[in-house]
Design a protein around this ligand. Sequence first.
Ligand SMILES: [Zn+2]
Ligand SMILES: [Zn+2]
Length: 362
Amino acid sequence: MYLSNLFAANRVHRFSTHSNQEYLHEDEYTIALEFYLQIDIDLFYMKTCSYRGAQPDIDVPKGLFCIHESQAQYSIIACQQRSCCLCYPSYRLTYRSYQPIIQFGSNQRHSFINGYRSILNCPATCTTKNIIYVLTCPCNKFDYIGETSVPLANRLSFHQAHVNRIVQECLLGKQNISRIRNQIKSFETLVKNDMKLYQHFAHCPSALQWFLDENPEYWPFIPQKLTESQEQDEEKDILTPMMDMNQFTYANDVPEPPNNYRFSFKQKLEVDRFFHEKKYLNSPNLHLDLYQVNIVAVLPNNASDALRRFVEALFITHAETKLNTIGHLDQLSTSRNTDQIASIDCNEWCRDLIRRSYTNIE
Ligand SMILES: [Zn+2]
Ligand SMILES: [Zn+2]
């Protein structure tokens, strides 16, 4: 339990939390050890799981040290409740290859981006509490592991609210945001803003494509490749030779576009109209998911926060998830450079975004 104590001490130090919340209680040493021993170098499958109706396979000689890979035998079942955001997402799925965002069904297993695999250890539904879950960016290059004591659907509504707010803020720019929101940001909001998880979604073309598919009114905030916008500006020069760039209140305060990109005159007009018409009041859709999600492990009903965080950290360490800022157990004692872990290439976040319409399809 040296590792779990080191991890707890690291959290106490980092977040100034109380040690009661971080250290594992003795009652949970066995289950923590069970997880620790069964998280193999390239695969997690729990041979001895005996809670929540899990039945270790009796036909095969089993035990902690069994060497052959187990069959995936547990399902994730849809709860089918109208209010559940996993069963009934409140956004369009037209362009998504996997619908909905979680793959319900039997024989659940998961492959992480780095190739690490896991087999679900217990039956689960959208309402199962005390779980370890994973969010995978549609770019398929970045993933994030989280833990929660509440059902996945509830936990996701928290991610949805933060991710959509942060994408909106990145597109509109600090100046404009302070014009439309005058409340001081809470400490929690500021912490979330810096999370690699949300920063990635705000700068990843694949996630932004999903954001724009759902919120097309944000297209004016996406700079264009120099040539396209030059053409549009030429048209404008013919139509309105007297127009002056200084007339814009908001469009001049959107973030600098990357090299070789810029905002056309028409876009700037649309940006100002966006603010004058207060389109930010009803958008973006704060229930949108910008990732795929999966449940990778289920903990006992009464698992403590400390146990959940320890198991989460084991997964983070093996799956080497780039969007987790903390939890990498192999880096507890080194002063880690976070940029190295998730160096997100955001030079061309607006690259290859396509305007897709719904009218031809629906
Ligand atoms: Zn559901
Ligand atoms: Zn991505």
